[in-house]
Design a binder for this molecule. Structure first.
Ligand code: ZN
Length: 588
């Protein structure tokens, strides 16, 4: 049955479900470090060994070994079959299960929604030029300093006042009414008559900003109120094609209009993006009414090497900036940089670019570096002149520095912490979770040498799979050496498939990964491999993973060498046979 529900749907469902939320309904969970813990519902226990990881979207009991994704939990706990568990989760997430005729098709067909959204974008843009009441919108935009050129580049439009402008134009058939609703452009009227559905336009009397995906397809809209009114900004809800936590307003346009994108500026709203574009700063993007996510940052780093987060200088702005800092740390590989640009109180990007010009947003002197922001923020809470204050500073900075990948930035931050705390860099290095852990040595096995070698690689590949299941992003950060494809290892196709899945969907969680194999023979092996052995900082596990890849390369060399010996052995046998054959011929 599982195969009948499209994998895309399952992926999507899992990315909109939080395992902690769901399990929390059945088991009392308490936060313990990064994870949540509670009493295992699958065996009797007095001290909690049942662990739920939000990050991995995976649960695991250290007592009885029960583990799985949120789907597995519902199946086991409520004795549901796979489809029933999916139905339950879909209804929680407000998603509709694909219709029967869609089940079995590889991808849900979103083409009609894209094409309807494109029609809607054209409609709004036409209203800005033609509607009898367009003047208010035009006046508003002119007042904000926007030219027709920028309005056209960003396809800005106008949703006229009234309840059914878009409905009348586009919703001419029941099929189109349904699509408008699925695209998030209409709202269903609450009515007494259940037999017939009634809708009205979601966006009324607003400036419309189409949001485009990486291909330039319109996936949703943001609308800003023209005069006064609430809410000031309104977005499309989550739809099959629109996911706020992943999309960034202006990213498509930035790619399209900027020749080099060596830096991207992240601001808070669409008006900021277009206001800056007006001043020739088209390398600007905005989140869609949500805080920045790790997904957003990964997406940005695929396009640029430097991110500048632009926030208000007030407390709320600094809190948001701190969150962005925390999410950025693990992604700061060498060659990447993050900076902060704090605006003076009471100013926004629009007012700043008008008063100070483009230069304010480009001049490095205005930027606060990540390390400065990190240390000045921490120093606000400690008294650096007292020994206890310095100890506290080390405690606060330690876990943050530990999140940085190996590299110059990590070393320099450790050095900075050493200067501030008056500990030596060696002492700091000892306190920050170890950057160079020992790679676990495989245990010797009492078997013949060839058997031992085979066993050894298998366990190395298994170890690599274990790490990738738990830390999928390593697959993107550390390249799997091409030549390892030559290895004769039964699990090699599995690791290749794993890496393929992760590259297709960089934000995939452990729980989502496992669900890809639910109906395969290998599922129990994987479920066993995913289990955590020990708690190590991520950087340590990364080093371990690199060690494993190196081990595999060494093994490959051995494999190649023994292949050479075998072929030459083969050749010798042939030569001997040849000699015998000739002898026989001679004798004959
Ligand atoms: Zn248990």
């Amino acid at each position: 049955m599982a195969g009948l529900i499209p994998q895309d749907f399952i992926d999507d469902l899992l990315s909109r479900t939080d395992i902690v939320d769901v399990i929390g309904d059945y088991v009392q969970l308490r936060k313990a470090g990064k994870d949540f813990q509670g009493l295992c519902p699958f065996h009797t226990e007095k001290t909690p060994s049942f662990t739920v990881s939000q990050l991995k979207q995976f649960y695991h009991c250290f007592g009885c070994g029960a583990n799985g994704s949120v789907i597995g939990f519902l199946m086991d706990y409520n004795h549901l079959d796979f489809v029933e568990a999916i139905k339950e989760l879909a209804s929680r997430a407000g998603m509709e299960l694909p219709e029967n005729n869609e089940i079995g098709r590889k991808r849900p067909d979103n083409e009609p929604i894209y094409s309807l959204l494109e029609d809607a974008a054209r409609f709004f843009s036409l209203q800005l030029r033609q509607h009898p009441q367009k003047e208010r919108a035009v006046h508003y935009l002119k007042n904000r300093g926007l030219t027709g050129k920028i309005a056209a580049m960003y396809r800005i439009g106008f949703a006229p006042p009234g309840w059914d402008n878009l409905l009348k134009t586009i919703g001419k058939s029941s099929e189109h009414l349904d699509l408008l609703q699925r695209a998030g452009l209409t709202i269903e009227k609450e009515g007494n008559d259940k037999s017939e559905k009634h809708y009205y336009d979601r966006f009324r009397d607003r400036i419309m900003f189409p949001i485009q995906d990486y291909k330039g397809r319109v996936i949703g809209f943001g609308g800003r109120i023209i005069d006064q009114g609430e809410p000031k900004y309104l977005n499309c809800p989550e739809t099959p094609v629109f996911h706020k936590g992943r999309e960034l307003y202006g990213l498509y346009e930035a790619r399209k209009y900027c020749r080099d994108l060596d830096r991207i500026l992240v601001v808070e709203g669409y008006m900021d993006v277009v206001a800056l574009a007006q001043y020739d700063l088209q390398n600007t993007v905005a989140t869609l009414g949500t805080a920045i996510t790790s997904d957003h940052i990964q997406r940005l780093f695929k396009t640029t090497s430097e991110i500048v987060y632009c926030f208000d200088g007030d407390n709320a702005g600094r809190r948001a900036a701190w969150k962005a800092l925390e999410l950025s740390l693990p992604l700061l590989k060498e060659g990447r940089a993050v900076q902060f640009l704090f605006l003076p109180e009471g100013e926004d990007p629009d007012s700043m670019v008008r008063s100070r010009g483009k230069d304010f947003f480009e001049n490095r002197e205005n930027f606060t570096s990540l390390s400065d922001f990190l240390f000045t923020t921490l120093l606000q809470d400690v008294d650096i002149h007292r020994l206890e204050g310095r100890a506290r500073l080390v405690d606060l900075a330690k876990p943050l520095i530990a999140r940085l990948p190996q590299g110059a930035l990590r070393s320099l931050m450790q050095q900075q912490l050493s200067e501030l705390s008056r500990l030596t860099t060696d002492q700091i290095r000892q306190l920050v979770p170890p950057p160079y852990p020992e790679v676990e040595k495989p245990k010797p096995v009492q078997r013949s040498t060839t058997r031992r070698h085979r066993r050894l690689t298998r366990s190395l590949v298994e170890q690599a799979i274990h790490i990738l299941l738990n830390y999928p992003h390593f697959a993107l950060e550390i390249e799997f050496p091409m030549e390892l494809e030559e290895l004769t290892d039964p699990h090699l196709p599995l690791i290749q498939e794993l890496i393929g899945l992760i590259s297709d969907k960089p934000d995939i969680t452990t729980g989502q990964l496992l669900e890809h194999w639910r109906n395969k023979k290998v599922y129990p092996t994987l479920a066993e491999l995913v289990m955590a052995r020990k708690e190590l900082p991520e950087s340590a596990i990364k080093t371990e993973y690199e060690g494993i890849l190196q081990g595999l390369k060494n093994h490959l060399l051995k494999q190649r060498r023994s292949a050479v010996i075998q072929t030459s052995n083969g050749k010798i046998t042939e030569q001997i046979k040849d000699v015998f054959r000739r002898k026989k011929q001679d004798q004959g």
